[in-house]
Write a protein that binds this ligand. Structure first.
Ligand SMILES: Cc1cc2nc3c(=O)[nH]c(=O)nc-3n(C[C@H](O)[C@H](O)[C@H](O)COP(=O)(O)OP(=O)(O)OC[C@H]3O[C@@H](n4cnc5c(N)ncnc54)[C@H](O)[C@@H]3O)c2cc1C
Length: 392
């Protein structure tokens, strides 16, 4: 792979709106990605393997629980710093960002928000250092966009719960130490349970043959009469709103992360367009190529402003689910379109692993699907503005 020469575009001087802390956090993440991710990521994506050696580095840049209070091992940062970390990691690879998102927003967040003090003390510090890795089991083979239809269930056996069912498409599953699993009790109400590797009847087979997020491990969570201790139930929130609350936090991170992937594609295409000569001049001198680049930087700038404003609202605890949906949908769509255009600008070289664009493009196919598909987010906006439910 080519050396990482990334220079971040900031067409509207948005940096002026960031604090010194934001810039420091971003700079640490950016340097780490250049040093520890870019040189190895293409090889790991090609062989479809998560590079476990980067777990310590992810913990050191604060990617595991950026906004979780320091007393639980988190970085205690604000939401904009969290977003900037996700942006920088996804600039390297969406799969690596997925691992960090799951750990932070889908595992640490529910334990912090819905767990009791003993659960926080037991799990959060180990998750913050990456000593333990987590996964989040919501999607099932027959229930993706409609998670409320889940059939995974548990029965109260007096001194423990008995968990049965299966989850599919679960990031980090093959190597997770703990899984936050959403399942129905005997009355049909959804609860979160913390399931630990080693519990009898719990297995995590890996999903193979993915063309997307190849550097992220995906798998199933299978529960065959798993005895879950009663103290592993998250006591402070139940119902579908509990897992959806986690998704709000993760989708917010994705809205920033997608900007990172788009910036990398734009930056690569811009540099290439000034170096690649055809018909006696750099291809960047042709109007058609300039149109692509001009539209890319315009869309990136709009996405940056959207994410920043959303971050301000999140910091004030005012961001709504529908606002988060809009940003996730817009920014991922923006990134996938830029990846496609940027790849064309590199001609044949664009399909090789010499450059990051094709990998970003394939990765973004998962990002536009998970945490609510592109169409589902449109329906969330539609419901919010009309008050009419078009889901069913
Ligand atoms: C790489 C990867 C990693 C993932 N990681 C996780 C994870 O860690 N944890 C987890 O729980 N899940 C995870 N997922 C699952 C992901 O969230 C689901 O794939 C996603 O929610 C879509 O569900 P589905 O695949 O079952 O598609 P479906 O729900 O079957 O949707 C198929 C199509 O139908 C459309 N559709 C569905 N309902 C409607 C409707 N009412 N109106 C209009 N159109 C509709 C959808 O938009 C989509 O285009 C992951 C997925 C991938 C690909």
């Amino acid at each position: 792979m080519k050396p990482d020469l990334f220079e971040a575009p900031d067409y509207y001087n948005i940096d002026d709106l960031l604090s010194e802390e934001h810039k420091l956090v971003r700079s640490a993440a950016r340097e780490w990605v250049k040093r520890d991710v870019s040189p190895i990521i293409e090889e790991y994506a090609q062989k479809a393997e998560f590079p476990k050696q980067i777990i310590n580095g992810l913990a050191e840049i604060g990617a595991f629980g950026p906004y979780i209070p320091a007393e639980y091992g988190g970085a205690g940062l604000d939401q904009i710093s969290y977003g900037l970390i996700m942006q920088e990691i996804e600039r390297g690879d969406s799969g690596v960002r997925s691992t960090a998102s799951v750990q932070s927003s889908l595992v640490m967040y529910p334990i912090w928000k819905y767990g009791n003090e003993a659960q926080r003390q037991k799990y959060l510090p180990k998750l913050a250092t990456g000593e333990w890795m987590g996964s989040f089991g919501l999607t099932e083979p027959d229930h993706g966009s409609n998670p409320g239809g889940m059939t995974t269930n548990f029965k109260d056996m007096g001194d423990h719960y008995l968990l049965n069912g299966a989850k599919m498409w679960i990031s980090n599953a093959p190597f997770c130490n703990v899984a936050v699993v959403w399942a129905k009790d005997e009355s049909g109400r959804i609860h979160g349970l913390i399931v630990e590797r080693g519990m009898e009847g719990f297995s995590t087979p890996e999903t193979h043959n993915k063309w997307s997020l190849r550097a992220s491990a995906t798998g199933e969570l299978i529960f065959d009469n798993v005895k879950v201790p009663k103290e592993n139930l998250l006591p402070n929130k139940s119902g579908l709103g509990a897992p959806l609350g986690c998704l709000d936090s993760a989708r917010y991170g994705i809205a920033w992360g997608a900007i990172g992937a788009a910036m990398d594609c734009y930056d690569t295409a811009l540099r290439y367009s000034k170096e690649r000569m055809q018909f006696g001049k750099p291809i960047g001198g042709f109007q058609l190529q300039q149109k692509k680049l001009a539209e890319m930087i315009t869309e990136i700038t709009k996405a940056q402003l959207l994410a920043l404003r959303l971050g301000q609202l999140k910091n004030d605890d005012r961001a709504t689910t529908a606002q988060i949906s809009m940003a996730k949908r817009n920014n991922v769509d923006m990134a996938i379109n830029i990846a496609r255009e940027a790849r064309q600008m590199l001609g044949g070289m664009g399909i090789t692993g010499e450059y990051s664009i094709m990998r970003h493009s394939m990765n973004l196919e998962s990002v536009i699907t998970y945490e609510g598909t592109h169409d589902i987010h449109l329906l969330i906006t539609g419901l919010d503005i009309t008050g009419l439910n078009a889901f069913k």
